[in-house]
Design a protein around this ligand. Structure first.
Ligand code: FES
Length: 116
């Protein structure tokens, strides 16, 4: 099982292949935002990697980060937990002014992952 470490939250065993956004919420107990429901549109699921940043992106993540001019962050809805990772949860419900974290993301990456 891959280990997910979230600074300030701890280290957690995560089922291999689980979406990072879901692992953050369900396994690590992070109040992670995902305002578009995990569809690579809102970028509120962004995290900073401390270690284990995946080399590959989905095309949707790559295009959204470029469109928003974002660097140094990754979209947790577009990443699967297939190796050990350490991240900072930088986009949380607490302090966001939002009333909820967003619609529940599906179990599989959406839109269907096209790896680049
Ligand atoms: S981009 Fe919206 S939840 Fe990931």
């Amino acid at each position: 099982m891959p280990k997910l470490t979230v600074e300030g939250f701890g280290t957690f065993d995560v089922p291999a292949g689980k979406r990072l956004v879901l692992a953050l919420e369900q396994d690590a107990g992070v109040d992670q935002l995902h305002a578009c429901g995990g569809n690579a549109r809102c970028t509120t699921c962004r995290v900073e990697f401390v270690a284990g940043e995946p080399a590959r992106h989905t095309r949707a993540e790559q295009e959204r980060l470029a469109a928003k001019g974002l660097t140094g962050v990754r979209l947790s809805c577009q990443i699967t937990c297939d190796h050990d990772m350490t991240v900072r949860a930088i986009s949380r419900l607490a302090g966001s002014g939002r009333s909820d974290p967003g619609p529940a993301p599906a179990d599989e990456i959406t839109p269907p992952a096209e790896w680049v």
